[in-house]
Design a protein around this ligand. Structure first.
Ligand SMILES: [Zn+2]
Length: 256
């Protein structure tokens, strides 16, 4: 049973019984064995799992760590949630050391999970970047697209970051129009999940095609096509991603 703390995330001392997640940029080691040797290292208390305290820490050299993406793809949902939390928190605390305005060292807030500049009297909360992802359907087919950042052959749903001043729904309509040139209707919210690469929160939607022919923008999206469940599908996004989950739900006819 997992219980995540919501108001801490402060520096803590490692204790012998702790469940320790070590993070180093895009690698992870969980649970870290023999963590007594890291006594004195800075760690963050993030919650309780099976009555053990979970702490995470940043280790600069994690040679035997597993790439975060492959760990995330294989992990049970509850473990993936812990790992997402840990790597996001470590990313934030490692990056945000100084006040972006005056450059003074930031300090932990007394009672909230944020960093404080006493000089500027400003609080800096963990940075979370909202993104949207959408499964678009047309007559039982799903829209899959190849992004230029993907490995060759891989296709996924349309996704993108939310712009300042934009609602999640507006972001979905804009991304679909910009990337493949079509209008959508009957947009509905499905679910959300943290995506710690390094700091996203993905909000997933489903929608129906309304008008327009597929016209990939040629910048982010190289090609896009409608796929029926019986078609030979391209290489799909990795397990653990919300895109893969939605595509599999469509293949099982749970969503359309
Ligand atoms: Zn400052």
């Amino acid at each position: 049973m997992l219980r995540l703390t919501s108001s801490t995330g402060k520096f803590t001392e490692l204790l012998p019984d702790d469940f320790v997640i070590a993070v180093c940029k895009d690698k992870i080691l969980f649970p870290l064995k023999n963590h007594e040797i890291y006594k004195g290292a800075t760690a963050f208390d993030i919650g309780i799992h099976n009555e053990k305290r979970i702490v995470c820490m940043n280790l600069p050299n994690l040679e035997d760590g597993v790439p975060l993406r492959s760990f995330f793809a294989e992990a049970e949902p509850e473990i993936a949630r812990i790992v997402a939390y840990a790597s996001h928190l470590v990313w934030w605390r490692t990056l945000y050391k100084h006040c972006p305005s005056c450059g003074k060292l930031l300090k932990e807030h007394e009672s909230e999970r944020c960093l404080r500049c006493e000089e500027c009297n400003e609080n800096f909360y963990p940075v979370i970047s909202p993104a949207v992802i959408v499964s678009v359907f047309k007559e039982g087919k799903i829209l899959l697209a190849h992004n230029t950042n993907f490995p060759p052959g891989r296709c996924s749903l349309i996704a993108g970051f939310v712009e300042p001043g934009e609602s999640l729904e507006e972001a979905v309509h804009r991304e679909v129009m910009e990337e493949v040139g079509i209008s959508i209707k009957n947009l509905r919210y499905l679910e959300s999940n943290p995506w710690p690469f390094p700091n996203s929160l993905m909000a997933a939607f489903a929608a129906e095609w309304e008008s327009g022919n597929l016209k990939p923008d040629g910048i982010e999206i190289e090609r896009a096509a409608w796929y029926a469940p019986n078609d030979e599908l391209p290489d799909l996004p990795p397990k653990g991603s919300v895109a893969r989950k939605i595509i599999e739900e469509w293949l099982s006819q749970l969503i359309h």
